[in-house]
Design a protein around this ligand. Structure first.
Ligand code: AMP
Length: 400
């Protein structure tokens, strides 16, 4: 996949053109109302740009996981209504994303109009990447714009199939995300650090394997650090750990050594005997974890050590918390390091890119999301990129 082959619609004459935009409108909806419109807000400037250039802008997306065709609770109608108010314009809504309803809505559009079509996943052909369904979608547009990075790890009809039928371009949000990730991982300023935390080694083996080949320092935190420590003979008491993955942990350490990547593990820990808010806790050195205790956060010496490493780096990639940050006070290690990364970024010393659901939640809790260079809200696609995988929805846009 040659990312330099991605084209945008810049410079194209779009007047009167039907532009089919694959966006990610999969936002949280509660009681028929959008409860977090961040994703929609980010789409507004790009869609306004297309409309302002005289295009007929047709937005398609999935929403939730409907199992058996159309279901009211998975309708995109409330999302289309919120979109209309954010765009400050009327947004037509088609009750189906293909067939007569879609054709009628699109047929009635004037230059500069915006329409949203009903949930793609009301048709099984979407997730199956059924060529016939992709062809039906493609009938609605003259060109296709892929602008849903978060869906690009799936070869679905609306992310991959449709590109076989229409001239296809990368949208502005997708480009922004790719540029941020390339800056952090493919063409970074060195030295580079990656923080990988979270619960388990088993879910992030490909991420760790790919990163040791690419970054200068790999900082491992959270529950997965316990497995690495245990593999080296450290007694981690009742901590979350995966003894079945000792061998994997040691292999990753050996690969890192061979590639000149320094693996950084905690040197102390905040331990508790209960996994709950306000549990009595103490800081111990790693050779002093009592048999009946759990490691729930990185200790102050670990935080200091990692903060000093970040201070010496120019690029940071972050996925996964350093501890059980959702329960107080075991988020302190994660929050302190997030604040340090934010400070260095604000001072112009660090390019910081973070992503993943828990990581975004942790950065929000530390009130530093806006201070990072880029924060990705794409869960699966972000992780697959970190794994070094080719994302089919992006590869499809590079075919030219
Ligand atoms: P992941 O989805 O793999 O990124 O894992 C995130 C989860 O890991 C969060 O819910 C954290 O609470 C949890 N976690 C991180 N560190 C620990 C730890 N030391 N013990 C238990 N859970 C942890």
């Amino acid at each position: 996949m040659n990312l330099d082959k991605l084209k945008t619609t810049a410079g194209l004459d779009l007047a009167g053109k039907r532009v089919l935009v694959r966006a990610d409108l999969n936002v949280p909806v509660r009681d028929g109302r959008v409860s977090d419109a961040t994703r929609l807000e980010r789409l507004v400037p790009g869609l306004k740009d297309l409309a302002g250039r005289g295009a007929k802008v047709i937005v398609i997306s999935h929403f939730g996981r409907p199992k058996n065709g159309p279901e009211a609770e998975f309708s995109l109608k409330p999302v289309a209504d919120t979109f209309a108010s954010l765009l400050g314009t009327k947004v037509a809504f088609a009750a189906d994303c293909i067939g007569d309803a879609a054709a009628a809505t699109v047929g009635a559009m004037k230059n500069g109009d915006i329409a949203v079509l009903e949930n793609l996943r009301f048709h099984k052909g979407e997730e199956k990447n059924d060529p016939a369904f992709a062809a039906e979608l493609a009938k609605l547009g003259d060109i296709f714009v892929g602008d849903a990075f978060s869906c690009a790890h799936r070869a679905h009809a609306s992310t991959e199939g449709v590109t076989h039928h229409l001239p296809s371009y990368a949208g502005p949000l997708l480009m922004e995300e790719i540029n941020a990730l390339r800056t952090a991982l493919e063409i970074p300023q060195r030295p580079t650090a990656a923080v990988v935390g979270g619960a388990k080694v088993s879910t992030k083996i490909p991420v760790l394997t790919n990163l040791v080949a690419k970054v200068d320092k790999l900082i491992i935190g959270g529950g997965m650090a316990n497995t690495f420590l245990q593999a080296q003979g450290v007694n981690v008491g009742k901590s979350l750990a995966e003894p079945d993955f000792h061998k994997t942990a040691l292999e990753i350490m050996a690969a890192a050594k061979a590639k000149g990547c320094e693996i950084v593990l905690p040197v102390d820990a905040v331990i508790a005997r209960e996994f709950k808010d306000g549990a009595a806790n103490e800081v111990v050195a790693l050779d002093k974890v009592p048999a009946d205790a759990m490691i729930l956060d990185a200790g102050p010496a670990s935080v200091k050590h990692v903060a000093a490493i970040l201070d010496g780096c120019k690029t940071l990639l972050w996925n996964g918390p350093m501890g059980a940050f959702e329960i107080s006070p075991f988020g302190e290690g994660t929050f302190a390091l997030a604040k340090q990364a934010a400070r260095l970024t604000k001072a112009g010393k660090l390019v910081s890119v973070a992503g993943g659901g828990d990581t975004v939640a942790a950065l929000n809790a530390a009130s530093v999301t806006g201070d990072f260079t880029y924060v990705s809200t794409a869960g699966g696609a972000f992780l697959e990129w970190l794994e070094g995988q080719e994302l089919p929805g992006i590869a499809a846009l590079t075919r030219g």
